[in-house]
Write a protein that binds this ligand. Sequence first.
Ligand SMILES: NC(=O)c1ccc[n+]([C@@H]2O[C@H](COP(=O)([O-])OP(=O)(O)OC[C@H]3O[C@@H](n4cnc5c(N)ncnc54)[C@H](O)[C@@H]3O)[C@@H](O)[C@H]2O)c1
Length: 369
Amino acid sequence: MKNNKLIIQTKTKSYPIYFGNNILEKISVLIKKNLPSVKKVCIISDIKLKKKLLKKLIISLKKYDVKIFKLQSNEKTKSIGVANKIIEKLLKDNFNRSDCVIAFGGGVIGDLSAFISNLTKRGLKFVNIPTTLLAQVDASIGGKTGINTNQGKNLIGTYYQPDFVLSDVSILKSLPEREMVAGYGEILKHSLILDKKFFFWLSKNGKKIINKKNNNVLINAIKKSCKIKSKIIQQDEKEKNLRMILNFGHTFAHGFEGAKNFSKKLNHGEAVLLGMIIASDLSNKKKLLSQRDLLLIKKHYLKLNLVMNIKKIFKKNEINKILYFMKKDKKNVDEKINLILLKKIGKTTDPKKISMKANQIKNFLKLYF
Ligand SMILES: NC(=O)c1ccc[n+]([C@@H]2O[C@H](COP(=O)([O-])OP(=O)(O)OC[C@H]3O[C@@H](n4cnc5c(N)ncnc54)[C@H](O)[C@@H]3O)[C@@H](O)[C@H]2O)c1
């Protein structure tokens, strides 16, 4: 697994991500290597995962005292109530700091499990086994934990880095195409904000990634994406400045997801894809991004049939709701809404440089209807 390991270095922790095909059964060896004191393991699993996957994981962990929670993966699960119930059960079972929580699911399970690991006895060991493409390329790296409230998404949370991440593309076999596209959105984002060469590589290989036709291409895309994200978080773990460029497309996306009540009508990745194309358009309108680069991005969306038509998803009278949720974004410091825009493919505007009044954004969004 030597070539398929990436070390993430942050100020608080350094940890490996292991990439590969069919590497799930290596979990026990990896725990022994990275976390030799672990005795108890708590698996927090997505209930929808194929039974044989969870079975494989449990069999691989036969040397440990294993506890399992199976949860529905939706935004309601990322709640303080669910977190509290699991924490109470871990305390009752005497989980210690040397014991370990394993997240076995997508971003929902990952965010919740990291939160639980962080808060229980001020920090249990934490291993993430992301089972969606989005979680493999984005949610499992960077250490953000997240809990939703009635006021919006991820408004409660901490930073807590895992002890290691195991990213196995064989787990993605059962993942529906809609979820593959959602994950692809984050891969594309990483290319747009920091790596033009990667963008052109994706233009050639995007279909193969979404169709899961070639494991090597898929692993390379995931690895490259993790490298780009890690380069950013290594410099700014707690989002004081540089890390904000990862929010490209996300401020709009928060508005879009909120306006659909964080339902499956529009999933996180789709909201991000839509947010990125709108942010690219806005970048061009503000004369930051050339027409040529904008067309290249649009061509990429069209070729892969990515979500780009806001009118197909929203009605004009939903704009106010979109803005309501955009204003709730944690990254806003005053009345204005902060945005990361594109200067060119591979380069964003500097964090905190672009902000717009809600009314200006409203007028811009109205142009689409
Ligand atoms: N912490 C971070 O830095 C970060 C970054 C991005 C997103 N997120 C969070 O991640 C969440 C979105 O993550 P997601 O897109 O992975 O969503 P998710 O966890 O809800 O998974 C999406 C869907 O795929 C299903 N699924 C998962 N693995 C599967 C598999 N192998 N086969 C078949 N079906 C499978 C789930 O049951 C669910 O229906 C959001 O809550 C978002 O806020 C966090």
